[in-house]
Design a protein around this ligand. Structure first.
Ligand code: FMN
Length: 218
């Protein structure tokens, strides 16, 4: 693998609205505490979050929208006392679960009903997943983190597209959060994502390392 010197970036041919959401998203710390986010908006963000990909389309994620004052206060105690946990309108606990191959048939049934997936495929995927995760248990845990992380990324872009601000956090006590919010034994609280209306005073998106530092070709 080698890194290369890249030419200055050319104008992007990509969808400008999507590029704008990516470029304008920031990790917000200061939220306007008195501006709520409607339940319908919360549901829409989660609908868009779940358009993220997941292994075998298992969709092994869950989103707990923490929005009541007592629940947010409890979560803040478990999240290093970060003020945005109580100031943002809602804080999502993005939960990942290790993949359960027995659920593949159900999760793929709509793809068969839609007519593009051959009916024999879910059983084949399920057998393969069974073997894979039995042989590599760490992969199952990794998959929980990967799936939830991709869901969280979509969630933040969805918030951005809806004119809201977001802030991801891994600064929390996972066991405490799992306990306080009733996660199942195998479930992992992967990320917290605060969402709400930004208050004045937030930083812009921080400059990123040059592409030439992080891109290599093989
Ligand atoms: C996995 C992860 C964990 C993070 N944890 C926290 C956190 O606990 N508290 C916090 O204020 N910011 C947290 N951040 C936000 C980062 O500091 C922020 O994304 C980074 O500085 C880039 O900021 P920008 O996206 O606004 O440019 C976290 C981000 C990620 C991706």
């Amino acid at each position: 693998m080698s890194t290369i010197a890249l030419a200055p970036s050319a104008p992007s041919p990509a969808d400008p609205a999507l590029v704008r959401a990516i470029e304008q998203r920031t990790s917000v710390s200061l939220f306007a505490p008195d501006q709520p986010v409607a339940e319908a908006q919360i549901a829409e963000m989660v609908r868009l979050a779940t358009r993220a990909p997941s292994a075998f389309n298992l969709q092994n994620w869950r989103f707990i929208a923490v929005r009541s004052a007592p629940a947010k206060a409890r979560l803040r105690e478990l999240a290093w006392n970060q003020p945005k946990v109580t100031e943002a309108a809602v804080v999502f606990i993005v939960v990942g679960a290790p993949p359960n191959p027995a659920e593949i048939a159900d999760r793929l049934a709509p793809s068969i009903a839609a007519g593009f997936m051959p009916p024999h495929m879910p059983a084949a995927w399920s057998d393969f997943a069974q073997e894979l995760y039995a042989q590599y248990p760490q992969t199952a845990r990794d998959e929980a983190v990967r799936t939830a992380t991709l869901g969280a990324a979509n969630l933040m872009l969805a918030a951005q597209a809806m004119g809201l601000a977001s802030g991801p956090m891994s600064g929390f006590e996972p066991d405490g959060v799992a306990d306080a919010f009733g996660l199942a034994a195998a479930e992992l609280p992967v990320l917290l994502v605060a969402v709400g209306h930004a208050a004045p005073g937030n930083w812009p998106q921080k400059p990123r390392r040059p592409v030439s530092d992080v891109l290599s070709f093989a």
